[in-house]
Design a protein. Structure first.
Length: 438
């Protein structure tokens, strides 16, 4: 099966010069979606597509009438303050819009002059959460994360026996999902201090990150009608960066028997840009199971998923402490990994979520779960990087961290690159910890 078409041609160049530089995350082969407006303005948020250091204002494109047909319908749907209407149109409409924008933004395109007036510099933009997220589900698809965490609690039996059979997830909180730039107060909750007989209420002392990807659902499914794995990706609009902030001390006390609750509901931060599955096509890789592991049950298995179901998305986490910020120093990189190490694929998450009849709706969001890779430096959470808080990270300038301190900012970056393809980026996902409320 090939997913490639003319929009992936590495030779394509744009008349937007900044899209042709080696270091841009937003070449003409990417074309990710966000909602934006001019910073500090009272303008309505509307859909936009990144090209180089610019945004194609899709409301302005709709008003121009330059793009017609199925792509024109998609442009009009994307003119709203959230992308749900575009997401609901389905994969053929997204593909038509991508093709029309790719052709209109190429060097020599007839649309160059009219579309030039539809560009807004990213430096002058602010973003919003790109969809009305009706439901947010957080999965647990990294076997390395599950094993590392399990080992902290159950050294003799780190991985529970269901892990290799069933994609584990829980229903998360949608209302507190914010877009990159989000600053939130350190959560307060119940914790059981070591050796104490009863819990106390107070600020979390073990505030952590979770390096994840977010999967936005496009077209939904009818209640009671599962999505077959062979159709699963038709329901996926695209992928963003996601930081699932987690209060480990609150989590440790509350998580049995129903899983995390307040330890993760206070904030989740996503990147503004959603990279479509079509843009990610050159970076697909086989889904493989380690020798001796069980193969997925039939409803979680198909040939396309085996051959091309995983994505090689490079991920990096940086920590910027107040001291580094004040010194003008660069953020410290604390993790590098790839999404290719996940145990379950995007298609398997969709097939599993719906197998019991659950209906997904346009704009629903899945978290991948913490994307730890196979080696310790590829761990996507501080609780793993510091061995449960016992081995502090050494930062430039002599600072140490076990968990996050007030004023810390965390930056997640993602990109795809390989020989023969143009590098594409996800931009960044930044969040900052504010002091707890008194
Ligand atoms: Mn999570």
């Amino acid at each position: 099966m090939t997913f490639l078409n003319e929009t992936h041609d590495p030779a394509l160049r744009s008349w937007v010069a900044s899209a042709n530089t080696a270091d841009t995350g937003f070449p003409i082969q990417n074309l990710p979606f966000a909602v934006f407006r001019r910073k500090g303005s009272a303008e309505a948020f509307r859909g936009g597509v990144a090209i180089g250091d610019q945004i194609v204002d899709l409301a302005a494109v709709a008003a121009s009438g330059e793009i017609g047909g199925a792509a024109g319908e998609a442009v009009r749907a994307a003119s709203q303050d959230k992308l749900n209407a575009l997401m609901a149109l389905g994969r053929p409409a997204w593909a038509a819009l991508r093709l029309a924008l790719s052709r209109a933004l190429r060097q020599g395109a007839a649309e160059q002059e009219p579309l030039r007036t539809c560009l807004v510099p990213q430096a002058e933009a602010e973003y919003d959460v790109p969809a009305r997220i009706g439901d947010y589900t957080d999965f647990y698809t990294s076997v390395h994360h599950a094993t590392n965490i399990g080992r902290l609690f159950r050294p003799d039996n780190p991985l529970l026996p269901n892990y290799k059979w069933v994609p584990i997830g829980y229903h998360g909180r949608a209302s507190s999902i914010g877009v990159s730039g989000q600053a939130f107060r350190r959560p307060v909750g119940q914790t059981l201090p070591v050796g104490a007989a009863q819990p106390v209420a107070g600020p979390s002392r073990a505030l952590d990150i979770e390096l994840e990807l977010g999967v936005f659902i496009g077209s939904g499914n009818t209640l009671g009608e599962p999505v077959a794995i062979t159709e699963a990706e038709d329901h996926v609009f695209g992928i963003c960066l996601l930081n699932d902030w987690s209060a480990r001390d609150i989590q440790a006390w509350e998580y049995q028997p129903l899983g995390p609750f307040l330890s993760k509901s206070f904030a989740t931060t996503i990147s503004p840009w959603i990279v479509t599955l079509e843009a990610l096509a050159p970076f697909r890789v086989p889904f493989v199971r380690p020798e001796g592991d069980p193969q997925p049950l039939p409803y979680l298995d198909c040939e396309a998923n085996r051959h091309t179901g995983a994505f090689d998305i490079q991920l990096q986490v940086e920590l910027l402490t107040p001291r580094l910020r004040e010194a003008g120093s660069a953020a410290a990189t604390i993790c590098r990994t790839s999404y290719r190490h996940a145990y379950w694929t995007v298609a398997q998450m969709v097939a599993h979520h719906t197998v019991g009849g659950c209906n997904l709706q346009p704009g629903d969001l899945f978290g991948s779960g913490t994307l730890s890779g196979p080696t310790p430096d590829q761990a996507g959470a501080l609780i793993e990087l510091t061995a449960g808080g016992k081995q502090p990270l050494q930062l430039p300038g002599g600072e140490q961290r076990t968990f996050l301190e007030d004023g810390d900012s965390v930056v997640i970056r993602g990109w795809c690159e390989k020989p023969g393809a143009v590098r594409i980026g996800f931009g960044e996902c930044v969040g900052t910890v504010l002091p707890a409320r008194d």
